[in-house]
Design a binder for this molecule. Structure first.
Ligand SMILES: Nc1ncnc2c1ncn2[C@@H]1O[C@H](COP(=O)(O)OP(=O)(O)OP(=O)(O)O)[C@@H](O)[C@H]1O
Ligand SMILES: [Mg+2]
Ligand SMILES: [Zn+2]
Length: 392
């Protein structure tokens, strides 16, 4: 059988199949059930979170043999033609490439005629922020007073570029980044469908790296299947992302907690020699300490904690071992390092400096507290006496 990318093969086909966008799915379902389908929708949100998929499902919902229905059958001629993108009354237009006035004039002409096979004519305009302003002007009249049978679904990643006159004529839906748990659950289904064995910890790693994007997660899984032979392991993910192993992150974190920068720097050298990307590595370390911070604050079951990856026993122990103030400072140090790296400072050098500073934090914080105590004492005594750390 011909190869089809996982992200396409597993495109959701029903509203209930769309992960992580429950409110949108529910609102659209209700609108259809109550026969209150608006004439224009605007779907906006980050890349690969289900805008086009939902637009196609909505189109099917309108034209399905059983329709209008919130649960299009998926097998009638209408549904199939929408899936194959060749329904004569459902026009999916890539506004990135068809953005001229002439393109919209053509659309206007098509819209004048009644649908040929379905009860509605649906225009799905993707990447709609790319339409020229003349093209929008040509579309506005139709959008304002559309014939009864016309429906528009606009999709864009950049809603802020859409004119207010257009926005005010559409029902707007903001698609969210997808939670790590929802991505993992979907990846599990894909793996089951593909008959591949894969550990949850690996799925978490992929989902974390995808950063809320379902398409990215599935594309990564695709790439992994290409590089791995047999079972997919964490090592394969690390190879793909040029990332350090979870064990290495834990070990370095432990050495930092123990105040041993030398060990961290040696490990860093080994990792760099093994081709680990320093940028990814800083992000991994920041993620780890952020997880410890949230573990302390919210506990291991919180979604904020899980968003950063699987919670290990070692991580829980490390969270307990670190005072909050130290954790906060560690995170600040890594954030500062990321900024410096973006500004052009050598990442390797930046990391070495981070390690030295973090390993010394316990002492620095103690000294800071001591100074603060002394200052308080001085204030209490009305500044009469000078203490030894001041006034030199
Ligand atoms: N919410 C979701 N639930 C399940 N799968 C999803 C979801 N979002 C995206 N996907 C997967 O990613 C692929 C691309 O999704 P889709 O085309 O709907 O994204 P999009 O939001 O339109 O992205 P873009 O802004 O890049 O056009 C789908 O084929 C599907 O496999
Ligand atoms: Mg899209
Ligand atoms: Zn159907």
């Amino acid at each position: 059988m011909a190869y089809v990318a996982l992200a396409r093969k597993y495109r959701p086909q029903t509203f209930s199949d769309v992960s992580g966008q429950e409110i949108i799915a529910r609102t659209l379902t209700n609108a259809i059930n109550k026969d209150r389908i608006h004439h224009a929708y605007l779907f906006t949100g980050p890349r690969g979170v289900g805008k086009t998929s939902t637009a196609r499902i909505l189109a099917k919902a309108m034209v399905c043999n059983d329709g209008p229905t919130a649960t299009p059958c998926g097998v009638c001629d209408h549904c199939r033609m929408v899936s194959d993108n060749n329904h004569p009354d459902v026009h999916e237009i890539d506004a990135a490439t068809h953005n001229s006035v002439d393109d919209i004039r053509e659309l206007n002409e098509t819209a004048e005629f009644a649908p040929t096979q379905a009860r509605a004519k649906v225009f799905v305009l993707d990447e709609v922020h790319m339409l020229s302003s003349q093209a929008w002007n040509a579309l506005l009249k139709l959008l304002e007073e559309p014939p009864e049978h016309i429906r528009f679904i606009f999709a864009t990643t950049e809603a802020e570029k859409i004119l207010p006159t257009v926005l005010s004529r559409c029902q707007r839906f903001d698609f969210r980044s997808i939670d790590i748990d929802d991505i993992v659950a979907r990846l599990r289904e894909v793996c089951a469908g593909e008959d591949i064995a894969i550990d949850d910890s690996v799925l978490f790693r992929i989902a974390r790296a995808a950063d809320g994007g379902m398409r990215d997660a599935q594309t990564m899984l695709d790439q992994l299947m290409a590089i791995a032979d047999g079972e997919l392991t964490e090592d394969d993910v690390n190879l793909l992302l040029a990332a350090a192993r979870g064990d290495d992150i834990l070990a370095i974190a432990q050495a930092l907690i123990d105040g041993n920068p030398q060990l961290c720097i040696e490990r860093l050298d080994n990792l760099a020699a093994a081709g680990i990307s320093s940028n990814t590595f800083v992000q991994q370390l920041l993620d780890h300490f952020r997880q410890l911070l949230l573990l302390q604050t919210c506990g291991p079951d919180s979604s904020a904690v899980k968003r950063l990856g699987m919670v290990t026993d070692t991580a829980q122990q490390q969270a307990k071992a670190l005072p909050m103030e130290r954790l906060l400072r560690i995170c600040q140090i890594f954030i500062g390092a990321q900024q410096s790296i973006r500004g052009g400072v050598d990442p390797h050098l930046q990391l070495e400096m981070c390690f030295v500073r973090i390993a010394g934090l316990a002492t620095t914080i103690e000294l800071d507290n001591l100074i603060r105590q002394l200052q308080r004492l001085e204030q209490q005594s009305g500044g009469a006496s000078r203490h030894p750390l001041q006034g030199r």
